[in-house]
Write a protein that binds this ligand. Structure first.
Ligand code: SF4
Ligand code: SF4
Length: 89
């Protein structure tokens, strides 16, 4: 029997913003750099970023919003193909 229940896809999206100490990118020590040659567009980095400082480009590549990236390195740690390097500012 065919189900009559319809499920809508609900996707929560958050955006970075300034906290009481200003934009988190202002005190970053290490900066993530994405190598698009290695990137597989899995977007795990986007999913794991605690600051929502990664957005998705029109070509589905992740892009770092450096104003809000605090340089924690979680994205680099989670990337399955090691396409993100942390470099000193
Ligand atoms: S986790 Fe790595 S491979 Fe996946 S989208 Fe991010 S940079 Fe690309
Ligand atoms: S270093 Fe941390 S804050 Fe910056 S993009 Fe990666 S996960 Fe987000």
């Amino acid at each position: 029997m065919e189900s009559k229940i319809k499920f809508d896809l609900i996707t929560p999206i958050s955006y970075p913003g300034e906290g009481s100490a200003g934009a988190t990118g202002s005190w970053r020590v290490f900066k993530p750099i994405i190598d698009r040659e290695k990137c597989r567009k899995c977007l795990l980095c986007w999913l794991y970023c605690p600051e929502a400082a990664i957005r998705v480009s029109e070509e589905n590549y992740p892009e770092i919003i450096y104003e809000y990236c605090k340089g924690c390195g979680i994205c680099a740690n989670e990337c399955p193909v090691k396409a993100i390097s942390m470099v000193e500012e």
